[in-house]
Design a protein around this ligand. Structure first.
Ligand SMILES: Nc1ncnc2c1ncn2[C@@H]1O[C@H](COP(=O)(O)OP(=O)(O)O)[C@@H](O)[C@H]1O
Ligand SMILES: [Mg+2]
Length: 245
């Protein structure tokens, strides 16, 4: 269910377009982004503005990482809050449930859950996370545990580079989790990723944040697919260029 329908960047509310975060490649060309799929990916080079954009979006949706309802729980920068203030969202159906997760801050989240478990009933607190502390599971296990258990219901899930925690095998398992949640018609995913495995999800739209603007690209046209395929097909050719003086 594509709850979130459209994201509009209100440039008329921006004083100076030449300063960060408005001047980074992906954001500087942001107009309005229509969403008609349950699963969309944000691709683009490092520094394109994907994380800044997702933070602002998550904040605008009212999500927090820990559930405490404050921006500080997300570890959001002032910049993301500023960007959030010039975004407008339209919804097919407004939804409050959801989740924003960054691989980088996953362990902060795990720590937060541990603190809750210390203060409340650990059995209850850990139940949605596989029955034990996320810190006692491997990064990948913990991550999948989070999805398989806690994400069982309705929601909009905004994820920043979830592949960081996952082996290729676990990325496939994660695709299945996305499939199951989407099939039930309850979940929408917005995922920034560099993973050629994740972005292969059938029927997803891939938005690429680029110098020249925001583009919708076919899977096979992404740098991630092309470069990975070319590398795997003939890595010697790459090494020749990479390592030759
Ligand atoms: N406080 C800041 N001032 C100026 N530039 C910044 C600041 N924080 C991040 N940037 C730059 O903004 C760009 C976008 O960052 P980010 O959203 O993390 O990109 P991505 O997630 O696509 O890799 C990067 O080039 C980064 O160096
Ligand atoms: Mg990033």
């Amino acid at each position: 269910m594509a709850y979130l329908k459209k994201i509009v960047m209100n440039w008329d509310r921006v004083d100076d377009r030449n300063v960060y975060p408005y001047n980074v490649p992906g954001i500087s060309h942001l107009g309005s982004l229509e969403i008609d799929r349950d699963v969309i990916f944000i691709a683009g080079e490092n520094g394109a503005g994907k994380s800044t954009f997702l933070e602002a979006l998550a904040y605008k949706c009212g999500f927090t990482a820990g559930g405490g309802g404050r921006a500080v729980d997300l570890g959001l920068s002032d910049v993301s809050l500023k960007l959030a203030s010039v975004l407008t969202l339209s919804w097919r159906q407004k939804i409050k449930q959801g989740f924003f997760l960054r691989a980088e801050t996953f362990f902060d989240f795990a720590k937060y859950i541990d603190e809750l478990a210390r203060d409340y009933d650990p059995k209850k607190v850990y139940k949605p996370y596989g029955g034990k502390s996320l810190n006692e599971q491997s990064h990948g296990e913990a991550f999948l545990s989070l999805f398989a258990n806690r994400f069982g219901g309705r929601g909009l899930f905004i994820l920043d580079e979830p592949e960081a925690a996952l082996s290729p095998q676990r990325q496939l398992a994660f695709l299945r989790i996305i499939f199951d949640l989407v099939k039930e018609g309850k979940a929408q995913f917005i995922i920034a990723t560099h993973s050629p495995i994740l972005m292969a999800y059938p029927g997803a739209t891939i938005y690429s944040f680029e110098e020249g603007g925001l583009k919708i690209v076919e899977y096979e046209e992404t740098d991630h697919y092309r470069l990975t395929k070319a590398f795997l097909d003939n890595r010697e050719r790459f090494f020749k260029h990479l390592f030759d003086d």
